[in-house]
Design a protein around this ligand. Structure first.
Ligand SMILES: [Cu+2]
Length: 269
């Protein structure tokens, strides 16, 4: 009995110690995490805003349906020769019936719009630690140039876990680089540099398509984002670099990127 009691005490004591250690380690982990720059992935923000809007309009839709049904039911004609006798509305209640719904629905709209502005800032705020690729679009292909001069066409190969930024321009007409899975779409146009960024987190393949009518072959202007694991990406890039060197291509600095003008830098990077 005594032994059990002592054992119980020890258990409680060690649980307290364990708890303290766990709390300390989670605090340390949180501190380390907050030290690393936080990535505000717009794709997640886009999804939650979309979800919010769907919930809002569903609730509003049900509310309106119920109120309408109630009016239809309570104001129905109950006798064959019955004539309408609507109650007189005072000026105060007329104003109330107008102002209150406006106030409620406008506040919902403004709240959603404010969240939209926050999300827009996330779309424009590119993480400093990123892979930057230049894109020149043209009728009808997507031409990517990596910082070391490696080029690909219609296939953007990127490592998982690193934000990717595209600096885009066009050699002919207006195109729009759209990656539905990452919820990003941005025009590319001649004489101007635009940008977009996304955060691939796991290996996989994603469709790229042109979202701006650019000519008769517009619908064939499809490509892919291929997300590889960091190791596979490094191996692929090494092979490409070797091939580039073997082909005797001049260094990246000489070939220049397809973008001739200095790219407009997004603020806060
Ligand atoms: Cu196009």
């Amino acid at each position: 009995m005594h032994k059990q009691h002592v054992k119980g005490k020890m258990c409680r004591a060690s649980a307290a110690v364990c708890g303290a250690v766990l709390a300390a380690s989670s605090w340390a982990a949180e501190t380390a995490q907050s030290a690393a720059p936080k990535i505000n992935d717009p794709a997640r923000g886009w999804d939650s805003l979309w979800h919010e809007v769907i919930v809002d309009i569903t609730i509003i839709g049900i509310l309106f349906a119920v109120v309408t049904a109630w009016f239809v039911f309570t104001s129905r004609r109950t006798a064959g020769n019955q004539t309408g006798a609507s109650p007189k509305l005072s000026a105060a209640s007329a104003v109330g019936w107008t102002v209150l719904p406006i106030f409620i629905f406008l506040s919902i709209d403004l709240y959603t719009a404010a969240n939209g502005w926050v999300l827009w800032n996330h779309y424009r705020d590119v993480p400093a630690d990123r892979l930057e690729v230049k894109l020149e679009s043209g009728m009808y292909s997507w031409d990517y140039t990596y910082p070391n001069g490696v080029r690909t066409q219609n296939e953007l190969i990127v490592p998982a876990g690193k934000p990717v930024m595209l600096r885009m321009t066009s050699r002919d007409t207006l195109h729009s680089h759209y990656i539905p899975d990452f919820r990003v779409k941005e025009d590319s146009m001649p004489g101007r540099v635009t940008y977009l960024w996304f955060h691939p987190t796991k290996p996989g393949e994603h469709l790229v398509t042109c979202a701006e009518y650019c000519g008769v072959m517009h619908s064939y202007m499809a490509g892919r984002v291929i997300v590889k694991s960091a190791d596979e990406y490094a191996a692929w890039m090494k092979r490409e670099e070797t091939q580039l060197a073997a082909a005797g291509a001049p260094a990246a600095a000489e070939t220049g990127a397809p973008v001739a003008k200095p790219a407009a830098r997004p603020k806060k990077t």
